[in-house]
Design a protein. Sequence first.
Length: 246
Amino acid sequence: MSIQADAIPDLPSQPQYARFARRLRGMFVDWVLALVLIFGGILIAASVGSEVVSRILAFVVVLILILYEPLLVSRTGGTLGHWYTNLRVVDDRTGGNLSLRTAFIRAGIKAVLGAYSFVIMMATRRNQTLHDLLTHSTVQIRDAAKARSSDFITERTELSSPTMPSRGRRVAIIFVYLVLTLLAYIAAFAIFVAIGAMSDACIDRDVCSATEKMLELIPGIVFLFVAAAWIGLGWRGRLFGARRAA
């Protein structure tokens, strides 16, 4: 029995590495599932009213949260969030799934570093985070037939171009941009304090209102995204002072 050629989807000529926005959607799905699990456990424990049952439920919930990502990544190539967003975690050395040990290490690094692990993505050849690089893994499109061009990049070969500024120059320029951005962040916080948007209780004792917490959180998020952009653009020779030669 033969298979018709048009029944087989075209395979990509190059690996398709997931963009940050695609990965963020997958993480959001996993976060929602984690919250459902946590609050579901709390509701069950509250309704049962047994201290023993509550302890067992707490242990089971924590165990599931710890095992969730490493087990699914090593067994199926991704979490439910990865599957939902058509992504797969790939061992860069074998092209297959990560080992369970490596998947645990990867999940642990991601948990410790959090959002800071993602700031280098634009500066890497394969859109890798720090937890990807340290575990020799990449996040790729699972099914090319279902992907749009906006979902992925191919390998950034321009990083090895002879027209690229030296690594030392790129690092120096990135550092200057990061320092200037940090000074702007500090200045913004100082302005909030000067105009009375931040109370003494919030500054001295960390007793902050919801508005004050937002004023702390939003500039921090903006700083993180801007820092990631400087690192990515600078390493790719797109910042003034270290531009790639035409």
